[in-house]
Design a protein around this ligand. Structure first.
Ligand code: SIN
Length: 342
């Protein structure tokens, strides 16, 4: 898939009206339901994600050309569960090039299932104050009332908005603007799936215009990572805690190459006692273990046998730990990235 993405990077589609100079926006397309296609217009679950090219997605919304001079680059065209660490690195680097150049903003079209992970990664590696907007859809492009076209138009409008500056990476779906740091997918099929239950949305679209609820700000303590010299990200895995969980599952992960583990613990990062004991042993051997929560929301404080994930759910904690391990293996320094070192 990575080879395909490298090749397809050469395919650049440019859409603009030449009458007036418009702000430049770069769209990096990765697939997902927004590029999904089904046999029937009524089929909103039995479809193939990542079928339609970025050029077609843009052409389907001619109104985009009134807002921006848009260039589309096909990085991948796949279901978002196939987005690899290589694609994350590629997106991070390409976004940086675009944002350090003429682009006023960058858009990533993405499957919604893992959009929060890619968006969170991009939030941690974008060192400019220009916006990155991650956008998807819950209904395939072929569906009645497909949500992708309006989401894409909103994303382009958001990426060109002066008010979007300094807000980090955002997720744009269903008219709501969420901070990539805090927003997560919360419903398997509903259009109204992206939420930040504790922190709320940054804003909403009203009459085709972004309306922000707060002045621009970044997530508290958000670290920044320079990936320009990083060729691969370390393997970090997530393990789910449940009644009767066996501690040797952790050993199996380490044997398969894990350099760090995130536990989706019950409640405030809890696991059975035998698992706790094994986590403490692994940490002594240099394998950091982050305790997050399977509850889907809340702040994890447990740190007596691992690193507390704070506000980060397991999938975001994994991204943070992968990037953190490119800088340090020190447990206190890693904990500081989660804001839970004190
Ligand atoms: C995917 O994440 O690739 C499929 C689901 C979606 O985009 O909504």
């Amino acid at each position: 898939m990575f080879k395909k993405s490298i090749l397809s990077l050469t395919l650049v589609f440019s859409f603009s009206t030449f009458a007036l100079e418009k702000p430049e926006v770069m769209i990096f397309a990765t697939g997902g339901t927004i590029a999904g296609s089904a046999q029937k217009a009524t089929d909103i679950t039995g479809y193939s994600a990542g079928e339609i090219a970025v050029s077609t997605l843009i052409e389907a919304v001619p109104e985009i050309a009134d807002v921006a001079d848009v260039k589309g680059i096909q990085v991948a065209n796949t279901s978002s569960s196939n987005i690899s660490n290589e694609i994350l690195l590629e997106l991070g680097r390409e976004a940086k090039v675009a944002l350090n150049g003429e682009a006023k903003g960058v858009i990533v079209t993405h499957g919604t299932d893992t959009a929060e992970e890619t968006a969170f990664f991009l939030d941690l590696v974008n060192q400019t104050d220009k916006p990155i907007v991650v956008v998807g859809a819950m209904r395939p492009a072929t569906a009645i009332s497909a949500d992708g076209p309006m989401n894409l138009l909103n994303a382009v409008t958001l990426a060109t908005s002066d008010e979007a500056k300094g807000r980090g990476t955002m997720i744009m779906l269903n008219d709501f603007i969420g901070s990539a740091y805090y927003t997560s997918k919360t419903n398997s099929t509903s259009l109204d799936t992206f939420k930040a239950y504790d922190q709320g949305f940054l804003g909403t679209f009203a009459g085709g215009v972004p309306k922000f609820y707060f002045d621009a700000a970044q997530a508290t303590g958000k670290p920044s990572f320079d990936i320009s010299k990083i060729e691969t990200l370390p393997q970090v895995d997530i393990i789910y805690s449940y009644l009767g969980m066996q501690a040797d599952q952790l050993d199996a992960l380490v044997a398969s190459g894990s350099k760090g583990i995130v536990v989706a613990g019950s409640g405030n990062g809890s696991t059975p006692q035998a698992v706790r004991d094994r986590i403490a042993e692994l940490q002594k051997k240099g394998i950091p273990v982050v305790l997050s929560s399977r509850t889907g929301t809340g702040y994890v404080t447990s740190k007596e046998h691992g690193i507390a994930s704070g506000t980060l759910n397991p999938q975001k904690a994994r991204i943070m730990l992968m990037l953190g391990l490119t800088k340090t293996q020190d447990l206190d320094e890693l904990a500081a990235l989660f804001g839970t070192d004190v």
